[in-house]
Design a protein around this ligand. Sequence first.
Ligand code: AHG
Ligand code: MN
Ligand code: MN
Ligand code: MN
Length: 335
Amino acid sequence: AQERALDRDCTTLSRHVLQQLQSFSADAQDLSALMNRIALAGKLIARHMSRAGLMENVLGFTGDVNVQGESVKKMDIYANDVFISVFKQSGLVCRLASEEMEKPYYIPENCPIGRYTLLYDPIDGSSNIDININVGSIFSIRQQEGNDEDGSALDLLQNGHKQIAAGYILYGPSTMLVYSIGRGVHSFTLDPSLGEFILSNENIQIPQHGPIYSVNEGNFWQWEESIRNYIRYVHRHEGYTARYGGALVGDFHRILFQGGVFLYPGTQKKPDGKLRLLYEAAPLAYLAQQAGGRASTGMQEIMDVIPKKLHERVPLIIGSKEDVALVESFITEGV
Ligand code: AHG
Ligand code: MN
Ligand code: MN
Ligand code: MN
């Protein structure tokens, strides 16, 4: 038993990637090293956040507005820069596209075509930062296609099946990293005494149905009638419970383990909703699919959506297969 305990403590993220790929090829080593850098970013952000209340210049707004039209938090920028820093001189990632940057950031030195692109939401749930409620970071890895000389990153405007890996870091009571490289969904818990993410759950499967529905009911009167009818249904029927944390990562993580559905529908004013496809909906859709769940816009699989622009938004319905299908049945019935 002791050997097993020791073995488990040595199942770090980088080793797990190699186990997953059952290979020690250069590509496998690259992906393992890349995931290790993501883990380093998570540790740096978790450390910064854990001391936020004790240091100047960590919390609060920068005073700027980002490409999304959102007021930027200092932590958004800190986390954005952490991901850039951990991939400099890595030779692994040549381009980073983030919610906080209008255009991608290029790391030119020795980056041949075909190297990885990191798409990320550095801090998801920014509204929770200053009140010490859980937030996350979301990441998605794609391969650069073509040389993207004009910096337009048009090769990123492809559907979610182009993702090589995806996952998130959840900064909660413990810091957890959840990822998939297409061979199931696995979670790691940061052991601060080791400074390592240690494997905590393998092959996580979303229950086919769950009791949770997660939605901001404050938008009730802005939705389509079909969504209002779905909400009326769950209000009337036993067995449903509402949980909404204001951070997609936390709300999704709950559903990944307990089942149910998260939805951020479009409204009359914003028919595409609020969430961004390339670094919020698509990476989580990739995980949902790998965990036996689903993610839909209501009319189309999230994984099939081809964005027209980098910061494209989509309506998101994600979680247990049966619960996503139930929401869709109200939408198609309403059509
Ligand atoms: P971000 O902080 O990266 O901009 O994302 C916030 C998103 C998502 O995390 C969350 O589910 C949603 O915004 C909450 O939006 P509302 O406050 O409109 O419910
Ligand atoms: Mn934001
Ligand atoms: Mn977000
Ligand atoms: Mn964000």
